[in-house]
Design a protein around this ligand. Sequence first.
Ligand code: URA
Length: 473
Amino acid sequence: MWSAAVDPAWSVDAFREAARAALRAGIAPEDLEWLAGGQRGLLALPDVLDAPVLHASPRVLRSFLDIAETVLCHRDPQRHALLYRLLWRIAHGEPHVLATPTDADTRRVMQLAQEVRRDAHKMKAFVRFREVPGERDNFIAWFEPSHHILHRVAPFFARRFAGMRWAILTPEGSALWDGEALSFGPGGAPDDAPAFDAGENLWRTYYAHIFNPARLNPRMMRQEMPQRYWKHLPEAHLLPSLIQGAAVRVREMAEREHAAPKRRIPAPTVVPPTDDTRRDESLASLRQAAQACRACPLWQPATQTVFGEGPEDARVLVLGEQPGDREDLSGRPFVGPAGKLLDRALAELGIDRSQLYLTNAVKHFRFERRGKQRLHRNPEASHVQACRSWLAGEIERVRPQMIVCLGGTAALAVFGAGFRLTAQRGTWQTLHDGTRAFATVHPAWILRQPADRQAGAYEAWLDDLRLLLATAG
Ligand code: URA
């Protein structure tokens, strides 16, 4: 019997070194005891790194190392042994075992990898930074991951929130970003993070605003936002009362519709945006599910859902109002006249459109027919409301560092009804989690200005958009 130490327990380099030595010495899986993260074995077994070299160094496939890197983050104490058993089998006549989904080891390894990925997704979605009192742009978050994912996910936050200083504390370790470099330190306690702040009140207001009681599905909600995260999510404190009040609010909504038949939105044949889609968590599956949305009547006359486009890790999310005629036909946002003006502004500012995530508060074109023409009509608040879960899903997945709202409808979707575009345009607001957002006018509004005012309106708009340069560098 031999022992193999992997410290830290999730280190793929430490695992690879030990596994290589064991394979070179021809040590079978059942003759190897794996010791993770400084653990000591019952018996004082010789270290595998001292085993004699009997065979040539095996070639370990990149695909195996990729999956091993993920699986090693799992808490399952058997994971090292499982990975070594698979490696052994690959080296001993079963080179395609990882491609055999019916194999029990392969199934287990895939399941562990999926659980780690899911945990990483939850961390990206549910970390809530809180500003350290008295220190600008210095944030701390407390988070309790299920697995050893801090090292894996911290670089994501370093990219996302590069412009501020932050620390993420977990019971096992902490990640620190000083604005330039990422470092890791010891764990902390929940009380080491500051209490709720004003930014979180803003987030709570936003969440209460977007909460749609008619869509309430407590089971799904618990699945997507597991209860153990609730105590550190500002919005979660609202959930019990929102859930309790949901039945009453749904009744009120139904009665309101009854009383005002002209504005009535037919009962939605909703394809829930969450069920199947959220399962695989990706933006692509959300986009696909949105194609079947029937949450408001706009889908019927429209050609298609126009979902957002751009890199899934974009630092800037640009939010428009709704697709226009050209967007409706092409299925892509901002390709018509307003999009052309946006392209021109971006080019003048030296911003590469392909680096932005562009989307709309409402995903279907609202119009009225005049002869052959389809004339744009402003969406109503109910349409924005019906589309909220799509936008929330996009923001949750992209987790942009900055959000730019173009026009009043976009500002309504992000800041709520209290926001005043004329008074507050071009000023940064900080959302609950450190995401910075500002609103400016919509390019279509500039195009509608009388000829003598257009140039001035365009210049003022450029000035607002320059905020992106000052912050993003
Ligand atoms: N206007 C918008 O707000 N979005 C588009 O995609 C096109 C025009």
